[in-house]
Design a protein around this ligand. Structure first.
Ligand code: GLN
Length: 320
């Protein structure tokens, strides 16, 4: 995958000839200016099995922000606290639309927790009456347990600020949700509303390496138990729901095709990271910044998954 031919036409655009000889157009997510400042040659893969065996390739110690790959964890943590009550506020249908589309289902809820509107709603529901510092810390402490490390996990300030400064689409989305009564009276002021967006951005800006994130995704592969520490971090009930949502909605408007082709739960993020979970077996986290313009997911990440699943056919519907 690392040797695929990349023809860079500008600082932000390139074309890549994929493993099947097809030309794929890629772009960096310049709508978050800080994410387009990245070194595009980075490539990393980390694998963690449910019995704690680990393997790393490439730039696996380089930090990047989780972006949308934070969504399944944020969902799992919120579901563990509120159970299915949270689905009174957010649905579980794929939207079939881009991750930032402003759209509600026929019950007036964001379609699912794996797209922006749904993730903003999800993180706004836990301890919403508490100060923002407490709410961020609540998630961070759970994230830390997922990583299995007691050392600090932090937010990348420039990326966080970059999104706050120019995230006009998400601002429009929260204003729209407010107008449509999505919070059912839980939020009264613009200040409260924007705090939820702030929390969402902080969670998207958490910095990890593939080495760290593959342990988080291995907790999902391992029924909520961290394979390194042995600690039960999320209830199996919440993990099952998170994986179902990743399977049906995790790759945005490419989710159906991805599930059809590869048959495993996955989640991508615009920093170029992709998490793949093979329940009961292993998880992998792949990082490479160029995004396919069709799926808003890492092109080299998708290419790696394609090669991996062809070699090891883990499709959940494969009879073995
Ligand atoms: N923080 C990004 C946003 O809100 C996350 C999007 C993504 O990774 N798809 O737009």
């Amino acid at each position: 995958v690392r040797d695929l031919e990349i023809d860079q036409s500008s600082k932000l655009d390139c074309s890549i000839i994929d493993r099947n000889g097809k030309v794929k157009i890629c772009r960096l997510p310049d709508y978050i200016p800080q994410l387009s400042e990245v070194d595009t040659s980075l490539f990393a893969v980390s694998i963690c099995t449910v019995d704690g065996q680990r393997m790393h390739l490439g730039d696996s110690d380089i930090y990047y922000t989780m972006q949308s790959t934070s969504k399944p964890y944020t969902y799992g943590i919120t579901h563990a606290a509120l159970d299915d009550v949270l689905h009174e506020f957010v649905g579980h249908e794929p939207s079939g639309q881009a991750f930032n589309k402003i759209i509600l289902d026929n019950q007036g809820r964001p379609f699912n927790p794996m797209i922006n509107m749904g993730a903003i709603m999800t993180c706004s529901l836990v301890h919403h009456e508490q100060p923002l510092s407490h709410r961020f810390n609540y998630f961070l402490e759970h994230y830390k347990k997922l990583t299995g490390s007691r050392s600090t996990l932090s937010c990348n300030m420039p990326v966080y600020k970059s999104e706050l400064e120019v995230g006009f689409m998400n601002k429009a989305a929260v204003n729209y949700m407010m107008t449509m009564g999505c919070w059912k009276g839980m939020i009264q002021s613009e200040e409260q509303l924007l705090k939820n967006l702030d929390l969402y951005y902080q969670l998207c800006s958490i910095e990890v390496t593939t080495e760290i994130q593959s342990i988080m995704s291995a907790c999902l592969a391992n029924r909520g138990i961290n394979p390194i520490t042995g600690e039960s971090v999320l209830p199996i009930r919440s993990v099952k729901r998170a994986l179902s949502l990743m399977f049906t909605c995790g790759m945005y408007d490419y989710s159906g095709r991805f599930a059809f082709k590869y048959g495993v739960p996955a989640k991508s993020g615009v920093s170029g990271v992709t998490d793949v979970v093979i329940p009961g077996v292993l998880s992998m986290t792949i990082y490479s910044p160029w995004l396919s313009i069709h799926s808003s997911s890492s092109l080299l990440g998708l290419q790696f998954i394609d090669g991996f699943i062809k070699k090891f056919p883990y499709h959940v519907f494969d009879s073995r």
